[in-house]
Design a protein around this ligand. Structure first.
Ligand SMILES: O=C(O)CCC(=O)C(=O)O
Length: 305
């Protein structure tokens, strides 16, 4: 389980590989009966059109409980050097064991030396920043409350129902198999499709490598999970958290567990993400001296092996 605190995380990027395509029953109403009005245009629009905002608008105030936080000096989030998967037999099996243990005890680990170029990660953050900086009217072309839509721009969680709003805007769409949805992806910024395609292909390959290690850690054939996936399904979710006037009164994203099999998460340099470990929240701090890293969690979290 994880959540995004503010101030924030200005930006994070989640690519989920779904082992089981969760069917979310029913469609949300497309008419706006929530009274949210302009709120549907997003938090960025709100901030941009409200100069010198000092007070958090009431709709965003969340009933936050005081939390038990474990200091990150007391516990260390596991860090896995993925280059070990390509090393000698002994090194590979140590890496597989470390991944299995991280899945069983944390459901979450950091990865380094994962092979995705830092320049591509930077490009990805840049095109997404470009997208969120488009005019609200252009972003609203992708707005939808229907969770089954192959591409969706939105804000908070679901503005079709009345509830306290969350301080984030998002863009979600399908990735792998890319040919199915590529034609629906944003055309703006002009490099969006090219950069996102390359990034998602790389991340899909990474997810398959990690799922191979997880299969082995469970005592299964390396391609067990990959074969079970069939064609598989990837969703990319980009979260944008604008600066907040009263960050202690709201959240970017409340506590939740992702419904996919593996989530690979890239953050920018701003802290905010927390993960739950043994009933307490642990801050996932940005590590400036580890240049290449991403965070990933997997579905083995609560079930152990
Ligand atoms: O932005 C974050 O750090 C968390 C994102 C997340 O948990 C999600 O999109 O499910």
């Amino acid at each position: 389980m994880h959540q995004a605190h503010l101030p924030g995380l200005i930006f994070s990027l989640r690519s989920t590989i779904q082992f089981v395509m969760d069917l979310i029953a029913g469609k949300s109403p497309s008419n706006d009966d929530s009274g949210c009005g302009d709120r549907r245009k997003g938090v960025k629009y709100l901030v941009d059109t409200t100069p010198c905002m000092r007070v958090l608008p009431e709709e965003y105030v969340l009933p936050l409980q005081p939390e038990k936080m474990i200091s990150s000096s007391r516990v260390a989030i596991p860090v896995i050097d993925l280059s070990g998967l390509d090393g000698s037999i002994g090194r590979r099996s140590m890496t597989v064991e470390a991944i299995g243990s991280a899945c069983a005890h944390w459901g979450f680990f950091r990865i380094i030396n994962h092979g995705i170029k830092v320049s591509l990660m930077d490009e990805m953050l840049k095109v997404l920043d470009g997208f969120f900086n488009l005019a609200a009217e252009e972003k609203m072309n992708y707005a939808s409350e229907d969770v089954m839509n192959p591409i969706r721009y939105g804000t908070s969680l679901n503005t079709s129902q009345r509830h306290a709003l969350h301080w984030r805007d998002y863009l979600r769409h399908f990735g792998h198999p890319i040919d199915n949805s590529f034609h629906l992806w944003p055309r703006n910024p002009s490099t969006y499709r090219v950069v996102v395609k390359e990034y998602l292909e790389e991340v899909w390959g990474l997810a398959i490598r990690i799922s191979g290690a997880i299969s082995e850690a469970l005592g299964l054939e390396r391609d067990y999970v990959e074969k079970s996936l069939g064609e598989g399904c990837q969703i990319v979710a980009s979260n944008y958290y604008p600066p907040c006037p009263e960050p202690h009164r709201t959240l970017g994203l409340a506590a939740h567990s992702d419904h996919g099999g593996i989530t690979i998460l890239m953050q920018n340099e701003v802290d905010g993400l927390q993960v739950k470990h043994q009933g307490e929240w642990v801050a996932v701090h940005h590590v400036p001296d580890i240049e290449q890293w991403e965070v990933q969690e997997c579905g083995a979290q609560s079930s152990g092996k």
